[in-house]
Design a protein around this ligand. Structure first.
Ligand SMILES: Cc1ncc(COP(=O)(O)O)c(C=O)c1O
Length: 461
């Protein structure tokens, strides 16, 4: 038996890491990372936007899909962690009033709309969604069965959260917790479609679930749609579950994105950057009235708990993160970064009007919608090339690989494979934004695109 210690792991050769990863984690993922050119980049340190491997670095414009709003290893997070260690703060204290949980819940109440005084802590985004589903079914004593979920929605991969996830048919090969017949899809931002559905089945609807900015497509909820949801929920007395797991934590420029469009949710879920990129922590918030109507009896107080929810160090770090990000100094800088990014991205679009269709999203949850059909014409104006999803994905993968060579690390999703994510940590500075823009400029050059498309077609031949 040979055990690896931290130093051994830090010093493994790139090839050895790949062999271990391929053998013990996933052969298929190893191959996918190879297409992206990420098989040989195995960072051993990270700070701010930078991921370092020896002298080489990449600028992270994916933010770990929302976990790194403060960037990698932010000093506020490290100091909080160090404080916990130096002071021997109890990480686990289950059967008693826990001061760290209380402190975090207080901080959350300071930044959420006033009525959200009840907090349930959990460890992952999906678990916060589970807590919301369970609370909803208790609230209606299981009498209302129907849940409305949006086209292209993503709420996590536990069986309950999967039932509410439409994106990429992730749930299709599994038994999901909520039966299919109780799930109705509505079209995101389509008030007429929603009204039609709700008026048909109104009083059997338990809840509607919605992301204020869709994590997979970066579509932003319109004010009109938010008001329609409010109106229908009030009339038919169902709950509004607002999933802020990706859009929250100031990603949109403000703590919770739904407050920008006037949605009136009953339940809110938060996670990802709540743990400062260091801890796995999530929260489900609701009003005192809804919580006590759902969980009436003392004996029901522990119907939703889990071993690792509300760990002391996680709560301390989350409390510090919220306190830091709520400061005007942070939010003012963030607003400047958003303005600068929007101007630079708009200029980029003006420079490539045929290649960039639109800039989608809000705050720093943005993306460039690329016209992949137009790209294929650059490669061959005579032969009609039919693009389909797999080709789109491969083409985007080769674009990511090219960006990587320019030191930019970002991503896209299979739900909308022509959307190149622009999702940097919120601490991004103007030079880093410039570096992203320059990298994309060089990739969108005709000769580079023609080479990437040729490469893509060679792969599928
Ligand atoms: C909007 C949204 N909801 C829920 C989840 C699930 O969170 P987790 O992966 O922590 O379970 C995610 C994760 O990406 C998300 O983006």
């Amino acid at each position: 038996m040979k055990m690896l210690n931290i130093k051994d792991i830090q010093n493994l050769e790139s090839k050895e890491v790949t062999t271990l990863y391929r053998s013990h984690i996933s052969k298929d993922l190893t191959n996918i990372f190879k297409v992206l050119g990420y098989n040989n980049f195995q960072p051993t340190s990270a700070y701010g936007l930078k991921l370092f491997e020896a002298d080489n670095y990449l600028l992270d414009f994916s933010s770990g899909l929302g976990v790194l709003n403060l960037g990698h290893n932010h000093k506020v997070v490290k100091n909080a962690q160090q404080y916990c260690i130096d002071e021997n703060i109890p990480n686990v204290y289950k059967l008693g009033v826990n001061r760290y949980q209380a402190g975090l819940a207080h901080n959350l109440s300071q930044v959420t709309p006033a009525q959200f005084t009840s907090t349930t802590l959990a460890t992952s985004g999906a678990e916060a969604i589970e807590a919301a589903i369970k609370l909803t079914s208790k609230y209606f004593k299981k009498e209302r069965q129907i849940y409305l979920r949006a086209s292209n929605s993503y709420h996590g991969k536990t069986t309950g959260a999967l039932s509410l996830t439409d994106a990429e048919n992730f749930g299709d090969s599994f038994h999901t917790f909520l039966p299919n017949e109780n799930i109705i899809n509505y079209k995101y931002n389509d008030s007429q479609d929603l009204e039609k559905i709700v008026t048909q089945i109104g009083h059997n609807i338990a809840a509607i679930i919605i992301e204020p900015i869709q994590g997979q497509t970066h579509e932003v909820m319109s004010k009109e749609f938010a008001l329609k949801i409010n109106e229908l929920a009030k009339k038919f007395k169902f709950l509004i579950l607002c999933d802020e797991i990706k859009s929250g934590m100031w990603r949109s420029g403000t703590f919770l994105a739904h407050t920008k469009v006037g949605l009136n949710p009953d339940l809110i879920t938060i996670s990802k950057s709540l743990g400062g990129g260091l801890k796995a922590i999530s929260a489900m918030l609701t009003t005192e009235e809804i919580f006590t109507r759902a969980y009436r009896k003392k004996s029901e107080a522990n119907l939703h708990t889990s071993t690792f929810s509300g760990m002391g160090h996680s709560c301390v770090i989350a409390s510090q993160v919220i306190a830091f990000m709520a400061e005007p100094e942070f939010t003012t800088k963030l607003k400047d970064a958003i303005s600068y990014a929007k101007v630079r991205l708009q200029n980029l679009k003006n420079q490539f009007p045929n290649k960039i269709i639109s800039i989608d999203g809000d705050g720093l949850l943005l993306g460039l919608s690329l016209d992949l059909n137009y790209f294929s014409q650059i490669y061959s104006r005579d032969t009609k090339i039919i693009l389909h999803r797999e080709i789109n994905i491969l083409l985007m993968a080769s674009i990511l690989n090219e960006l990587r060579k320019k030191k930019i690390y970002t991503c896209f999703s299979g739900t909308r494979p022509n959307l190149l994510y622009f999702m940097p940590p919120l601490i991004v500075n103007n030079e880093e934004i410039d570096q992203f823009i320059e990298a994309v400029q060089s990739v969108l050059d005709d000769s580079t695109l023609a080479r990437l498309i040729r490469f893509t077609f060679d792969q599928i031949k």
